[in-house]
Design a protein. Structure first.
Length: 262
C-alpha cells in the first residue's frame, strides 16, 4: 500500500492514495482501501482507513463507521455506528483484539498484543455502496499536506518524564486537577472503562515505549462539571511518568492531562 502526494502531473496537496507509488511507513501507510482477508469476513469486505481518524468497514449490509489510532507498529480500531441494515454494531474479533500491525510487502497484518495474526489487509478493494450513500464515503482517501504532517509526526516526550511500561498503566486513575467523579480504569486486557463525571464510557488502549493510544465507544451526553476523560484519551499519542503521575501527551508533544492513581 502506498501513497502518492506529489510525484506526477496533476498531483497536489489533496492527492488521493495511489497504490502504484512507493510505500510510506508508520500510521500514514495504513491510509487507504483494504480488502480484509483471513479474518472470517464475507468475501469482498473492505476496510477504509482515512485521515482524521475516520474508519469504516464495508460489508454487504452496508458500512459500519468508527475511528482508529496508530503509531509505529501500533494500531487500534473501534466501530461505533452503522446503517439500519448493519445492526447491532459489534466489533469483529479481528478488529477488537488488534493492537498492532506488521508490513509484509504491500500487505498489512493486524496482530494482537502477543503478535498473533488476526487479519490480512490486502491493498485495494471496492466497497459496495448502497442507495442513499454518498460515493465519496467509499472513495480512496485523500491526504492533504496537513494530514501528512499529522500522520508522520512523532511526539517528543520531555526529558523530565520517565518511560512508562504498560503494566504501570494498568489500574484506576483520576485527574490530578479537580474532576469531580471522573476517572479511568485501564485493564490488563487492554480495555478501559471510565467516566467524565456524568457519562460512562469505555474503549481500548495500547502502549509501548513512550507511545500510548486509545479509542472510545459511544457515550451519553449529560452535561456536568467533570473532566473530559474520553477526549483526553483519544487525543493521546504518548505518555510518561512524573513522580508516579501519568502524563498524557498529544501528537505535538503538548500535555493533555495528568492522572494519579486513585
Amino acid at each position: 500500500m502506498a501513497l502518492a502526494l506529489a510525484g506526477c502531473a496533476g498531483d497536489g496537496p489533496n492527492a488521493p492514495v495511489d497504490p502504484a507509488a512507493p510505500a510510506d511507513t508508520g500510521p500514514i501507510s495504513l491510509v487507504g482501501l483494504w480488502t480484509v482477508a483471513d479474518a472470517g469476513e464475507e468475501a469482498g469486505t473492505v476496510l477504509r482507513i482515512a485521515p482524521k481518524k475516520q474508519l469504516s468497514l464495508w460489508r454487504t449490509c452496508g458500512a459500519l463507521t468508527g475511528s482508529w489510532a496508530a503509531a509505529q507498529d501500533l494500531f487500534l480500531g473501534e466501530l461505533t455506528s452503522g446503517g439500519e441494515n448493519c445492526q447491532p454494531v459489534e466489533n469483529p474479533s479481528w478488529l477488537r483484539d488488534a493492537s498492532g500491525y506488521q508490513s509484509v510487502g504491500d500487505t498489512k497484518i493486524l496482530v494482537d498484543r502477543n503478535g498473533k495474526q488476526l487479519a490480512r489487509l490486502v491493498p485495494g478493494g471496492k466497497p459496495k455502496v448502497g442507495s442513499g450513500v454518498d460515493p465519496a464515503e467509499a472513495a480512496p482517501p485523500v491526504i492533504t499536506d496537513e494530514d501528512r504532517a499529522e500522520l508522520t509526526r512523532t511526539p517528543q516526550v520531555p526529558a523530565t518524564l520517565t518511560r512508562v511500561e504498560p503494566t504501570q498503566i494498568v489500574g484506576r486513575w483520576v485527574p490530578v486537577a479537580a474532576g469531580g467523579r471522573a476517572y479511568v480504569e485501564f485493564k490488563d486486557d487492554r480495555t478501559w472503562t471510565g467516566s467524565d463525571g456524568c457519562n460512562g464510557n469505555g474503549g481500548r488502549w495500547t502502549a509501548t515505549g513512550s507511545s500510548m493510544l486509545a479509542t472510545a465507544g459511544p457515550s451519553t451526553l449529560i452535561a456536568c462539571d467533570g473532566a473530559p476523560v474520553p477526549a483526553w484519551l483519544t487525543s493521546t499519542a504518548a505518555a510518561g511518568l512524573a513522580d508516579g503521575v501519568l502524563v498524557l501527551l498529544d501528537p505535538t508533544g503538548a500535555e493533555v492531562a495528568r492522572l494519579k492513581k486513585g
